[in-house]
Design a protein around this ligand. Structure first.
Ligand code: AMP
Length: 445
């Protein structure tokens, strides 16, 4: 089967045919580095890591580029609050982000591009937009005139009139021609960072950094652009308006992919709401394979409702699959299992189906002793989950209970021993008495 992906621009799944044979240029919006990243970010970045890994698995030569927004209002405000320089703050959180990414086993990204290293390209783009009549000047900056771009709204399905309802980051200014007009170059205000330029002292607006980076690295058109769904509007709409106006070439991006949010009690996990768990905290609590399995258990376009029980379920599944890989004794062909995996992933990266498949394979190994581990490990490489690892011991209190039960059995106090067995079973842990002692396995029931 051919890989099909859901393209936000076309609002349907279409076959994936990159522009240039086996080469794929992938760009994903990176973080604004003014705070630690949370597991909402992990949701989006793990999803695109799996997508990049799968494209590589299919034989594509992927170049995965990610920007880092290292100059922005939020950075300036936070730096002021903390009494540090904006650059110092941005550097600190860029470093923290890169550490988080490594800890999450995100290996697919080829290049991180900090916006401040592309100011010349940004200025070139703003100048072109002014020259072509797509931008105008106000006292506080240079603005994009969305009414000049006839296809404005084609990604989000919004009209210029509806554009004022943006949920995020619309630039406020007196004198804008249309409410949706956005700032390309912000004039210098006292106490703010700036770059000297023929357009006047100032700093880049948010949307222009991404098109300047992608034009520099990929050219005016490329294959895939990703981010979470909140970025469809106004951010990605603005990118299209900028780049297609500058180059006259379209589509700027052939496939637009957007992830669903990770939510807490029905609301998006976000820094501004303060309802977040940092990646660092999460990885202190759960191991990375558990976290990744929890994230890929939901389709990348669907929302994830974060809960302790969802993580615990992923932990149980991981233990169950790992334990099952030890029971494979009979050699069998694994081709048909791999084909089922490929079919699921070819259907717009259907990772929940893949997780169900892994559980089915584990069950089969337990039942028949067929050796399916090589296929499980191969699938694990694409999901970035290590199913080879030895299971860590159970928590000490449960190990103590197992030991106590062994003593009770030695004393032939069967009823009390059985009560412990039942107690463990309720926790999803099955005990198996062998001549060497008690073995345990975590079961999915
Ligand atoms: P930001 O740091 O807010 O600029 O976000 C960086 C990237 O992470 C963007 O693609 C966001 O849309 C995405 N993101 C932020 N919060 C969440 C969330 N709760 N769930 C999924 N993706 C998110």
């Amino acid at each position: 089967m051919v890989l099909k992906v859901y393209n936000t621009l076309l609002r349907k799944k279409t076959p994936f045919i990159p522009r240039n044979g086996k080469n794929v240029q992938l760009f994903v919006c990176g973080p604004t580095v003014y705070d630690y990243s949370h597991i909402g970010h992990a949701r989006t970045y793990v999803a695109f890591d799996v997508i990049a890994r799968y494209l590589q698995y299919k034989g594509y030569d992927v170049f995965y580029l990610q920007n880092i927004t290292d100059i922005d209002d939020k950075i300036i405000i936070r730096a002021r609050e903390e009494g540090v320089g904006w650059k110092e703050l941005a550097d600190k959180y860029t470093k923290a982000y890169l550490e988080d990414v490594a800890a999450l086993k995100i290996t697919g990204v080829n290049k991180y591009a900090p916006a401040t290293q592309y100011v010349d390209a940004i200025l070139r783009q703003v100048r072109t937009l002014v020259e072509k009549g797509y931008a105008y000047e106000l006292d506080d900056g240079i603005y994009y005139d969305v009414s000049q771009f006839t296809e404005y709204g084609k990604l989000s399905g919004r009209t210029v009139e509806e554009a004022g309802d943006a949920v995020s980051r619309i630039d406020e200014a007196i004198g804008k021609r249309t409410r949706a007009d956005f700032c390309l170059w912000k004039r210098h205000k006292p106490g703010e960072p700036y770059w000297e330029s023929e357009l006047g002292r100032g700093r880049p607006g948010w949307h222009i950094e991404d098109t300047a980076i992608t034009e520099t690295e990929f050219g005016p058109t490329y294959d895939i652009h990703g981010g979470a769904q909140d970025l469809i509007f106004p951010h990605h709409e603005a990118e299209i308006a900028q780049m297609e106006a500058i180059s006259g070439k379209k589509p700027m991006v052939k496939y637009w992919l957007h992830t669903g949010f990770l939510k807490v009690e029905g609301r998006k996990m976000s820094k501004s709401r303060g309802n977040f768990i940092t990646i660092h905290e999460a990885l202190n609590k759960w191991d990375v394979d558990t976290l990744r399995l929890m994230l890929v258990s939901t389709h990348y376009r669907s929302p994830i409702n974060h809960s302790e029980s969802a993580v615990e379920q992923a932990q149980d599944s991981l233990r169950y699959i790992r334990a099952a890989t030890k029971s494979g004794k009979k050699r069998v062909a694994v081709k048909k299992w791999i084909e089922t995996f490929v079919d699921a992933m070819d259907d717009d990266f259907n990772t929940p189906k893949v997780v169900a498949l892994l559980l089915e394979m584990a069950k089969r190994m337990n039942k028949t002793e067929e050796e399916l581990s090589p296929a499980i490990y191969e699938i694990g490489e694409v999901l970035g989950i290590d199913f080879r690892l030895e299971e860590k011991p159970l928590p000490p209190e449960l190990m103590k209970l197992i030991k106590k039960r062994e003593e009770l059995r030695e004393q032939k106090r069967w009823e009390e021993a059985d009560r412990i067995r039942e107690e463990m079973k309720k926790k999803g842990i099955l005990l198996n008495d062998t001549p060497e002692g008690t073995e345990w396995v975590v079961k999915i029931v």
